[in-house]
Design a binder for this molecule. Structure first.
Ligand code: PLP
Length: 418
């Protein structure tokens, strides 16, 4: 257990502490939901206002060229590349994670030329991944096979498996897969590996090229702090360039969109994964958020972020063990298996949804995920979370449980988003 004084001392020694100043965080709020929606970088409102008022308002359509709007998908991809273990020119920012998954999964199945049609994933994968996979396998006459646990995955990697599709850090448990190992096993079986980095990018070390992964996609609005609905990113290993078409063959994925040719001709490389017109204002939010990562790079980069993230999650688990002994920590205690969140299950006679509402009413913002067991999720973005936040959040949780404050009727009312 850590005292508040010890936590404050850890914050005082934290080399990443200055990064918190780059975010707007409401006073009195402990924000532990950056794994779902990252906080607002202070520079973003002025940056978006400039894009609206000057680039759009004054520059009008000329801003596609003069303000570089047309280059945003590639430029942001280049900025993101080092954080995911890719090279400049290999990453594109466009569309949503669901849409990008659709593109890469189709492409991966095409690479198998109809010889293999089975996609293997996990039952506990984020639903959109499995829903998209269901649609893609249906159109290829294939099948989606879901493993019930990570240990059940390797036996499914056989001569029928076309694609192993996994989310690197599980959205419920916060458990992290070994990307290099699973990719190797998939390849040994003749399958391809598609990785969803929604809960990884900006929070844990990633080495797509080192792992020799085939495709990857991920969210811009979680640990990357691009803003609600920020665009997603997509990466393809260069060895697959020019081998297949992604299915959403829009004009901006054409080799020469401004020829306005009636015949589709794919652009080389990752550019082909752009479909239509980029959402410039949303891209601008992500561009601004990546400035924070430039600052993080100066303070130790991903090594420092990961070290702090693990220290925060470890401290949180220790606090839960000490102060909420009836809780079960659903996230692995082994650092190598842990992303940057901790999920906690409470005894079944406690309404976890109401507990989270009670926490939120006291300024501790995490979220709730229904299921068996129902989970309280707490994300620990190393860019702005402090060690005192860990201690204070668990104090509030312990108090909400001890006083049964969660039984208050207003906390039982369900909103559309949990
Ligand atoms: C693993 C994973 N993939 C995808 C998504 C969301 O995709 P989209 O941005 O298309 O809604 C989420 C959202 O939480 C997620 O956790």
């Amino acid at each position: 257990m850590t005292t508040r004084e010890q936590a404050a001392a850890l914050d005082a020694r934290d080399p990443l502490a200055p990064l918190r100043e780059l975010f707007t965080l409401p006073p009195g709020v402990i924000y532990l939901d950056g794994n779902s929606l990252g906080a607002l970088p202070k520079a973003t409102p002025a940056r978006i206002a400039r894009a609206v008022e000057q680039e759009w308002g004054q520059g009008l359509i000329a801003s596609w060229n003069n303000a570089g709007w047309i280059d945003l998908p590639r430029r942001l991809g280049d900025r993101l590349a080092p954080w995911i273990g890719a090279r400049a020119g290999e990453v594109l920012v466009a569309d949503s994670t669901s849409v990008n998954l659709y593109k890469v999964l189709h492409a991966a199945l095409q690479l198998q030329q109809g010889k293999r049609k089975i996609v293997v994933s996990e039952r506990s994968n984020f639903p959109t991944d499995n829903y998209i996979a269901q649609s893609v396998v249906r159109s290829h006459g294939g099948e989606l096979i879901l493993a019930d646990s990570p240990e059940d995955i390797p036996p499914l990697l056989d001569e029928r498996c076309a694609v192993l599709m996994l989310t690197h850090v599980n959205y419920r448990s916060g458990r992290m897969h070994d990307m290099a190992l699973l990719t190797r096993w998939a390849h040994q079986a003749g399958a391809l590996a598609v990785w969803d980095l929604a809960h990884s990018a900006g929070a844990v070390p990633l080495d797509l090229l080192g792992a020799a992964a085939d495709f990857a996609i991920g969210c811009g609005y979680k640990y990357l702090n691009g803003g609600p609905g920020a665009p997603s990113f997509v990466w393809m290993h260069p060895r697959h360039q020019g081998q297949v078409w992604q299915p959403l063959t829009g004009w901006l994925g054409h080799a020469a969109p401004f020829e306005f040719s009636p015949e589709y001709r794919p652009a080389a490389g990752i550019q082909q994964y752009q479909c239509g017109t980029p959402a410039v204002l949303a891209m601008t939010g992500l561009d601004s958020a990546l400035d924070v990562f430039d600052e993080a790079a100066k303070l130790g980069g991903m090594g420092a972020l990961r070290a702090k993230s693990l220290a925060l999650t470890e401290a949180f688990i220790a606090e839960i063990d000490a102060r909420v002994p009836t809780a079960w920590v659903a996230t692995p205690r082994e650092a190598a298996l842990r992303g940057s969140q901790v999920s906690v299950a409470l005894p079944s006679d406690i309404d976890s949804y109401a507990v989270m509402q009670a926490l939120i009413s006291r300024g501790v913002i995490g979220d709730f995920r229904a299921g068996t067991p129902a989970l309280l999720r707490f994300g620990f973005t190393p860019l702005y979370t402090r060690f005192v936040d860990v201690v204070d959040a668990v104090s509030v949780l312990a108090d909400v449980l001890a006083t049964e404050a969660w039984r208050t009727p207003e906390f039982q009312r369900r909103s559309a988003v949990t």
